[in-house]
Design a binder for this molecule. Structure first.
Ligand code: NDP
Length: 289
């Protein structure tokens, strides 16, 4: 195996990470504020260290996964001496700036630091479909890639800037929330006509497969080349259509905040003279703040 490892934080995610190491036979030391969360792991072969400093001292590599960077920063600062010369792989979620600040702290304190963003639920940890984005020193990532492969089938190194994994993470979460919110709004609309979510869903899935998914790669090309002329569907056409959505939602007493926000972006671009451009040009409206 890839040697001893310490895991700080045994919440739902931390426990899954520690389990993956234990199952592979790595000597795994674990620490958690609430000791009882270590019981199952100890039964599987992990060693629980009630003192975080001792937990850190036990292994050259420390994987951290706690609720927030605020918590993480406090834990790391309290064990700065023990962390000197160690590798910290931080998988706590936060903002890109949180990650960069933590990396700066690590550098100032002689800690070798990788930041990662987990794109998986705990049940997926260790499976091929789990994805983790990493950044930090490439040399450090290469050194520990074999160990990190125990956590996810796909590990993507994104460069030195430790803020970038969380940029990807937030981008994918934005996509998740907005697409699911679009589905929930659609269901609220069809429910108002007595149509159940289950009756509507096959059409939603076909729409995603045949219309939404194929629209993304050409949008990427348009955005990267900043050329938004379209033969398919202009902002002018979408401006008229989304008015119907907002008006109908209001008539039915369905919350229209979500569609009104999209409407405002479309209207702004049209007002700026981009009515003949494609929907992809809305990326410019986002960039305008
Ligand atoms: P949980 O709420 O299950 O666990 C939170 C962890 O943080 C626990 O170990 C908890 O300790 C610890 N903690 C909280 N406050 C303190 C504190 N003041 N001092 C010491 N320890 C503290 O969360 P998850 O395990 O689900 O998530 C952990 C991280 O992983 C988060 O950043 C989350 O965004 C990220 N993540 C989670 C995913 C998921 O699906 N669960 C997916 C992708 C990322 P205690 O047990 O003592 O309360």
């Amino acid at each position: 195996n890839q040697g001893p490892v310490t895991v700080l934080g045994l919440g739902m995610m931390g426990a899954a990470l520690a389990t993956a190491f234990v199952k592979n036979g790595n000597a795994t030391t674990v620490w958690n504020r609430s000791a009882s969360k270590a019981d199952a792991l100890v039964a599987e072969g992990a060693v629980f260290a009630p003192d975080i400093k001792k937990a850190i001292a036990a292994s050259p590599v420390v994987v951290a996964c706690v609720s927030t960077y605020e918590v993480l920063n406090e834990l790391l600062a309290g064990a700065a001496d023990e962390l000197k010369g160690k590798v910290v792989v931080n998988l706590t979620s936060g903002t890109p700036e949180d990650a960069r600040a933590c990396a700066r702290w690590a550098e100032q304190n002689g800690v070798r630091y990788l930041d990662g963003a987990i794109m998986a639920v705990p049940q997926m940890i260790g499976l091929p479909q789990a994805l983790i984005f990493y950044a930090g020193s490439q040399e450090l990532f290469a050194e520990h890639e074999e160990l990190l492969k125990l956590l996810a089938g796909t590990n993507v190194y994104l460069g030195e800037d430790t803020g970038v994994p969380l940029v990807y993470d937030l981008g994918l979460l934005s996509l998740l929330w907005s697409s699911l919110a679009g589905y929930f709004h659609a269901v609220a609309l069809v429910n108002s006509a007595g149509v159940s979510a289950e009756a509507f869903t096959p059409f939603a899935l076909t729409w995603i497969e045949h219309v939404i998914t194929p629209a993304i790669p050409p949008s990427a090309q348009e955005i990267d080349s900043a050329s938004f002329e379209t033969e398919v569907s202009s902002l002018n056409v979408n401006k008229a259509a989304i008015e119907h959505l907002v008006a109908t939602s209001k008539q039915l007493g369905i919350n229209s905040d979500f569609s009104s926000a999209i409407q405002a972006l479309i209207e702004r671009r049209v007002a700026q003279g981009h009515g003949t451009h494609s929907l992809a040009s809305l990326v410019e409206a986002f960039k305008q703040g």
